[in-house]
Design a protein around this ligand. Structure first.
Ligand code: ADP
Ligand code: MG
Length: 251
């Protein structure tokens, strides 16, 4: 019997590119409400795994059951519709649309076309989109085109877009990539605060270990496509294989 508290149960997920086994039998349970980090050196398979979960890539094998539904094999929009939102390592916003329009597009796709055509719904979604921008600290940038936002603000916009789906599960692939160290910690702290307030479950990748240890309830370590450790931050920090493979490799 599956653990009733697990929002996501992943078993034996595999993906090869030619001769490279990018994801090599990944299995874990992610309980409701947990904020978990997936760490590992460049090329460990983190983005490939995220792409498999959200339908951008097809797995060679394995299952990923989310609230009783198999995610693997679904198209990205079907995964999104189930309440699984993600952000990408490389930003994916509409550059010529304003920050507000970017969030509104995501809101309207979430609430559905029929309701979205009704004028009152459109007004309501504008309000909700503005509230989301406020929540991520972009309230004063709402009318600016996404393409001219400062880099850190673009990452915040991506978070607002992901939240526009009213997700239960948030998958964040390097949500602070390219940001200054101080900004990284602040954005992840904000993300964690929003997640706790909304009772979201989060799986995120991040290279800054200080940010990982400060934000995650638990940490999983991926190395050459395999999970080599899982535990609370204090456990993972002293795990000999992790130190050898990952923390050592980072220096
Ligand atoms: P991470 O996100 O942990 O840095 P990736 O998932 O991006 O790792 O990459 C895992 C491995 O798979 C790497 O060896 C990478 O070169 C390879 N890889 C990723 N995407 C592709 C692809 N589309 N085609 C071929 N190889 C790929
Ligand atoms: Mg990656």
């Amino acid at each position: 019997m599956a653990d009733a508290a697990a929002l996501l149960r992943v078993v034996g997920v595999r993906k090869a590119f030619g001769g490279i086994q990018a994801v090599d039998g990944v299995s874990f349970d992610l309980p409701c409400g947990e904020i978990r980090a997936l760490i590992g050196p460049n090329g460990a398979g983190k983005s490939t795994f995220f792409n498999i979960l959200t339908g951008q890539l097809r797995a060679d094998g394995g299952t990923a059951v989310y609230r009783g539904r198999e995610l693997l094999g679904l198209a990205p929009h079907a995964v999104w519709r189930l309440g699984v939102s993600r952000t990408f390592q490389v930003t994916a916003t509409f550059a010529t649309l304003s920050a507000l329009e970017n969030v509104r597009v995501a809101r309207l796709s979430h609430v559905g076309r029929s309701r979205a055509l009704l004028t009152p719904a459109r007004g309501l979604e504008t309000e909700r989109s503005l509230a989301l921008l406020d929540q991520v600290g972009l309230g004063d940038q709402a009318e600016r085109a996404a393409g001219v936002l400062a880099y850190g603000d673009l990452k915040k916009l991506e978070l607002a877009i992901a939240l526009a789906n009213d997700p239960e599960l948030l998958l964040l692939d390097e949500p602070t990539a390219g940001m200054a160290p101080a900004e990284r910690g602040a954005l992840m702290a904000l993300t964690a605060a929003i997640a706790r307030q909304r009772h979201l479950t989060v799986l995120f990748t991040e290279h800054d270990m200080d940010v990982v240890f400060a934000t995650a309830d638990r940490i999983m370590v991926l190395h050459q496509g395999r999970l080599i450790a899982e535990g609370a931050p204090a456990e993972v920090r002293v795990h000999p294989e992790v130190q050898a493979v990952y923390l050592g490799a980072e220096a």
